[in-house]
Design a protein around this ligand. Structure first.
Ligand SMILES: [Ca+2]
Ligand SMILES: [Ca+2]
Length: 251
């Protein structure tokens, strides 16, 4: 009798553990809407978004060698380098510089200099199909690529925050479809120093986080890549060979 009730106790305990595990598995957020259930989508803007599908054959996003601030028009991309800032009284400028030590072919690199920001600082963005018509409604499907690659060196900055937005995380002002309670961006932070460093970040390492939960980036609905230069001090940053990782160059 006692043996039977002990067996039943174990069975009940087993069932309880199984149900709990299932509950944890099911409650784990998988999409942006799971993570931010209160976000409001602009249905009209959502209906106007169109997808540019990358073939995956032209990974170079910009090598700066043509000497202008328009990104390379390749694999459907159509964009120019843009700057953003925290709207305090700082300063930042962006130009092309010639560097003897530049990585890759040629000496042209992207050069940013700034300082005196009071809040989150400033940065640079590549809205990958931002100039495709109708403007700012384009979404880039980069799922044929595996991640982001670039070379960087910096003075006055010890880390660089990379962020990507997708259609649903970007607000209407940023060309996305989110109207209210918008999530942040998918982010990844890397250390930078005064000598050139090669950075490779798989898409799966870009995370959108809320509390204890995060979801990885799905590169199907990319709007933009942002380079956040978060400091209140003076800084200089050199960037070059900004490209996608292909499945072959991922490791
Ligand atoms: Ca270059
Ligand atoms: Ca260019």
């Amino acid at each position: 009798m006692e043996f039977q009730s002990a067996t039943r106790g174990f069975q009940q305990l087993g069932l309880l553990i199984l149900v709990s595990l299932l509950w944890i598995a099911c409650s784990k957020p998988k999409s942006v809407q799971d993570l931010y259930p209160n976000m409001v989508i602009d249905e009209k803007i959502a209906a106007k978004q169109f997808t540019v599908l990358a073939k995956g054959s032209e990974p170079m996003i910009d090598d700066l060698e043509d000497g202008d601030l328009n990104g390379l028009m390749a694999d459907g991309r159509n964009w120019s380098w843009m700057q953003f800032d925290d709207t305090t009284d700082g300063i930042q400028y962006l130009t092309i510089d010639q560097e003897q030590t530049a990585p890759g072919k040629g000496n042209s690199v992207l050069y940013v200099k700034g300082g005196n920001w009071k809040n989150t600082g400033a940065g640079l963005s590549a809205h990958l199909v931002g100039k495709a018509s109708p403007k700012s409604m384009g979404v880039y499907d980069a799922s044929q690529y595996a991640g982001l690659h670039f070379w960087v060196k910096a003075v006055g900055l010890s880390q660089l925050k990379l962020a990507m937005d997708t259609t649903d995380t970007a607000s209407k002002d940023e060309g996305g479809i989110c109207l209210e309670n918008c999530p942040g961006k998918f982010e990844s932070v890397v250390s930078v120093g005064e000598s050139w460093q090669q950075i490779k970040i798989p898409f799966t390492q870009f995370l959108l986080t809320k509390g204890k939960h995060s979801i990885p980036l799905d590169p199907k609905n990319l709007k933009a890549i942002h380079f956040h230069l978060e400091t209140t001090g003076d800084y200089e940053v050199w960037l070059d060979e900004v490209s996608f990782l292909t499945r072959k160059t991922q490791d």
